[in-house]
Design a binder for this molecule. Structure first.
Ligand SMILES: Cc1cc2nc3c(=O)[nH]c(=O)nc-3n(C[C@H](O)[C@H](O)[C@H](O)COP(=O)(O)OP(=O)(O)OC[C@H]3O[C@@H](n4cnc5c(N)ncnc54)[C@H](O)[C@@H]3O)c2cc1C
Length: 386
């Protein structure tokens, strides 16, 4: 069987590499190095705008929504290549929320929102999790009450990542408190500039920034509702599947493995005599290859308009577990120097390993915990009893 990509995919990849090389500036590199989850600075914002201006993200979506109609595979390739190069990308907007709006939004919403996303004018944060609703998301309490031509929103969300950068929040709120908990939730597109919204930083390990968001009598128009009222649970679970496909990208790990191997060969060849070094590197590259297979399968499913559930859970868990295992093993290989911070001139790989190692644990939880994803694989994938 021939697994090679078609010629125009190869060309598109080359176009992305060319774009990255033209827009990779020292200012951008410096911002990315200090970024983690903080959010982007002006150089990264300029990079994202240039990406939109050159029309690279528009490749995938249908022409009626401002795209070039090539299909989701191309957007996946763009995300993967940007991730591989460590470049900024708004994965939640492009890979989760927008495809969900394409699937569940009205024609008017699609024609309004999607071209704005492509132009870089609309970016989303995800408003799902609350202080008492994480894994058990269906228990969420944030209320949306209809008042004439408007919805009035009151409540609190936590871990609203990117809310300090986004223009809108993709919000899940309770619209029928009397219905069974999965059947009283609806989804909304809420401009973050609406009066009554407060965004407060929430810092997590690895110098990561996410946010708490507060909604106090926030009034949005009736047509901010996406999909059928009270059917939001089913919309959100599909959006979460797509989010996990994106989170499950193996490309940053691929880069880490290649960089560590190059570092060992060029600067620490003394360590290569140790069989443990070879074992660590071999195990890591094997994990990257499995990640590639899972990600490619997910990309093919999304391209063919399927929503991967078990497959997305597998990719998310594999990526998270592999990151921790690979970064841990490389810490062992590099010994005391592996833990040097990026501010230290002797830090191997500019301190990248130390930063990644500290950033790993929160990713067990983001997008749904790895424990719960294993349960999804067992029950929804393998049909085992709950
Ligand atoms: C870095 C980061 C970014 C995030 N970004 C966003 C975002 O942008 N938007 C958003 O809405 N949310 C976001 N989240 C929140 C994330 O989705 C939640 O952390 C996740 O859903 C888990 O919820 P919880 O943290 O409340 O954990 P809990 O649900 O309290 O779980 C705690 C522990 O108990 C286990 N557990 C819970 N229930 C069960 C069960 N029934 N059976 C077995 N084990 C169980 C879990 O696996 C976990 O280990 C983010 C989280 C992190 C860490």
């Amino acid at each position: 069987m021939d697994f090679r990509m078609p010629d125009d995919v190869v060309e598109f990849r080359a176009q992305i590499h060319d774009f990255i090389e033209r827009h990779r500036t020292p200012e951008l590199e410096a911002e990315i190095a200090g970024h983690h989850l903080h959010g982007y600075g002006p150089a990264a914002e300029a990079f994202l705008q240039a990406l939109a201006d050159e029309g690279l993200p528009s490749v995938a979506w249908p022409e009626e929504y401002g795209g070039r109609g090539k299909g989701a595979l191309y957007l996946w390739i763009l995300s993967e290549e940007l991730a591989r190069a460590g470049m900024p990308w708004d994965t939640l907007t492009f890979n989760s929320v927008s495809p969900t709006i394409m699937r569940h939004g009205s024609e008017e919403q699609r024609r309004d929102i999607l071209p704005k996303v492509l132009a870089g004018e609309m970016r989303f944060a995800l408003g799902y999790t609350e202080p008492n609703a994480g894994t058990d998301l269906a228990s969420l309490q944030t209320r949306a009450v209809r008042d004439g031509d408007e919805w009035v929103i009151n409540g609190q969300k936590i871990y609203t990542s990117s809310a300090h950068l986004a223009t809108h929040v993709w919000l899940a709120a309770r619209t029928d408190p009397d219905a069974p908990k999965h059947r009283g939730i609806s989804t909304f597109v809420v401009p973050l500039s609406t009066p009554g919204i407060t965004v407060r930083p929430l810092w997590v390990m690895g110098e990561g920034r996410t946010n708490e968001t507060f909604y106090e009598n926030v009034r949005i128009p009736a047509d901010a509702l996406v999909g059928e009222e009270n059917r939001g649970w089913y919309i959100v679970t599909g959006a979460l599947d797509l989010e996990r496909v994106a989170i499950g990208t193996y490309r940053p790990l691929e880069r880490m493995v290649q960089d560590v191997v190059a570092y060992l060969v060029n600067e620490r060849s003394d360590l290569l005599d140790d069989p443990a070094t070879r074992m660590a590197v071999a195990d890591a590259s094997m994990r990257v290859e499995v990640g590639r297979a899972l990600a490619t399968n997910n990309a093919a499913m999304v391209h063919n308009d399927m929503v991967p559930t078990m497959e997305a859970a597998m990719a998310k868990v594999w990526k998270g577990d592999s990151s921790e295992r690979i970064h841990d093993a490389f810490m062992d290989v590099l010994g005391r120097s592996g833990g040097l911070h990026e501010s230290n001139e002797h830090a191997p790989l500019g301190g990248m390993l130390e930063a990644e190692w500290r950033s790993d644990p929160p990713h067990r939880f983001a997008g749904g915990t790895n424990d719960i994803q294993r349960r999804v694989i067992a029950t929804r994938g393998l049909q085992l009893p709950r």
